[in-house]
Design a protein around this ligand. Structure first.
Ligand SMILES: [Zn+2]
Length: 340
């Protein structure tokens, strides 16, 4: 009788959502159980990799990896995937904060997007990354501003209202950047940067798109705070920020045909105080011999901007309030009317 009762308890405990286990102090769930509960099937299973599919999504998880592949796009996980004798487990926090928001139908019907604040990284005394000589080299601040202006023009053409945190080579304090977006009641905040690496310059290339780190997890960036950092204002819209980061990263990788350095997490000063979905895009590596040269070229920046616009439009499609036309198309009509 006692055993039957214990089994019953175990069955009840394991039924929702999956039988949890603790790994390194974090709560993990078996991926196979999660897949059944959420309507996925196991399409392939090897000792170090498992692939789950449903009608619209394909997920690949690799043993010990901090990255999941979600519909062909790399997305950083907060904790590594665990596998033991072909049984894969994933942190509950990663299911709730990263996987489910991207593969289950979004429960939120977002606000129509009208105002987008673009933040050209660095400026003035803060040059950002530098490549080449001190006086004749390339400064990140120059190209983030050039990209922001190009992106502003393309987003305006798509019908959005766009504001920049700086329009010339001036220094703007980090907290002032999301603060401007908050004061303008912006619907989205996009900070623009270009990356650099000290080692492996010829090997490291491709975009990385950051959104706020979930509470209880460490950030993906090297200087990021550990798992004990508390909640920020940006955590209130973390699921939308993740979806925006995902759509922008996806559009960059698909349209530019570049290496996918994944959607990542950070509590950057420009992200954590944002009251709206906010992302930081590192559109490529200035230090890469090929990608670097392209970044310094206006025609490639046009392609980057065009990809980011596509990402924003896809995000808008997924979050538009029910029954509403995407804001971009609606706005375009009204702004065309205005000019006539
Ligand atoms: Zn930067």
């Amino acid at each position: 009788m006692k055993v039957r009762f214990a089994l019953l308890l175990l069955a009840v405990f394991c039924a929702r959502p999956a039988c949890a286990a603790s790994i390194n102090g974090h709560s993990y769930a078996p991926l196979a159980d999660w897949a059944v509960a959420k309507g996925f099937r196991i399409a392939a299973r090897h000792s170090d990799e498992i692939t789950l599919t449903n009608r619209t999504a394909r997920l690949v998880f690799e043993k010990d990896s901090h990255t999941a592949q979600i519909n062909g796009v790399n997305v950083a996980l907060s904790f590594p995937v665990a596998a033991d004798k072909g049984q894969f487990s994933i942190a509950q926090l990663d299911l709730a904060k990263t996987v489910e928001p991207l593969v289950l139908p979004p429960p939120f019907s977002g606000k129509k997007i009208f105002t987008i604040v673009l933040d050209p990284g660095h400026g003035g005394k803060d040059t950002g990354n530098r490549v080449g000589g001190k006086y004749f080299g390339y400064s990140e601040k120059t190209y983030t501003l050039a990209l922001a202006k190009e992106l502003r023009d393309q987003l305006k053409a798509a019908g959005f209202n766009v504001q920049l945190t700086r329009t010339n080579d001036t220094f703007v304090e980090l907290p002032a950047r999301p603060d401007l977006a908050n004061r303008k009641h912006a619907d989205l905040f996009v900070s623009l940067h270009f990356n650099a690496t000290e080692s492996g310059k010829a090997e490291v290339s491709g975009p990385e798109t950051y959104c706020i780190t979930p509470v209880g997890a460490a950030s993906s960036n090297a200087q990021g705070e550990g798992a004990n950092a508390g909640a920020t204002t940006a955590n209130l819209s973390e699921k939308k920020s993740l979806l925006l980061a995902y759509q922008v990263q996806r559009a960059l990788v698909k349209n530019l045909g570049v290496a996918d350095r994944s959607v990542r997490r950070a509590r950057f000063a420009v992200l954590r105080d944002a009251e709206m979905p906010a992302i930081l895009v590192e559109s490529g590596y200035m230090t890469h011999p090929v990608e670097g040269k392209k970044i310094f070229d206006a025609s490639y920046r046009k392609q980057i901007a065009s990809a980011i616009v596509k990402g924003v439009l896809n995000y808008q499609k997924l979050t538009a309030p029910p029954g509403e036309l995407p804001a971009g198309s609606t706005n375009k009509v009204s702004s065309t009317r205005k000019t006539k």
